[in-house]
Design a protein around this ligand. Structure first.
Ligand SMILES: [Zn+2]
Length: 103
């Protein structure tokens, strides 16, 4: 996946478009990402073994990774990530703007 946990991304589509936030979780199978404070919904929860407090809780829902752009750690620009195979065989993410490797 182009997006990884702890990346800062720009939301390009949907209700939270234009916001930047940190990625909490990636779901490679569905190409979705869970982002801090983005696409949050209110859920009604009943007290159970797993839910300690009943009532309305705020919960973030994953969004499609294609609706996000990674913010480059070098030039701070939202960028489309490119991949490059390094000399050691590892795949590195490259900023399409400044061509730097994004860790
Ligand atoms: Zn860059």
């Amino acid at each position: 996946m182009k997006i990884r946990v702890n990346d800062t991304v720009l939301i390009t589509k949907g209700r939270d478009r234009g916001k930047t936030a940190k990625v909490q979780k990636t779901l490679p199978k569905t190409n979705q990402v869970l982002i801090e404070g983005i696409n949050s919904v209110f859920k009604h929860a009943k007290a159970s073994a797993t839910v300690r407090q009943a009532g309305i809780i705020q919960k973030e829902m994953p969004i499609n990774a294609s609706n996000t752009l990674l913010i480059c750690t070098h030039c701070s620009t939202p960028t489309k990530v490119k991949f490059k195979i390094l000399a050691d065989g590892n795949k590195a993410r490259i900023c399409s703007d400044c061509k730097e490797v994004i860790e």
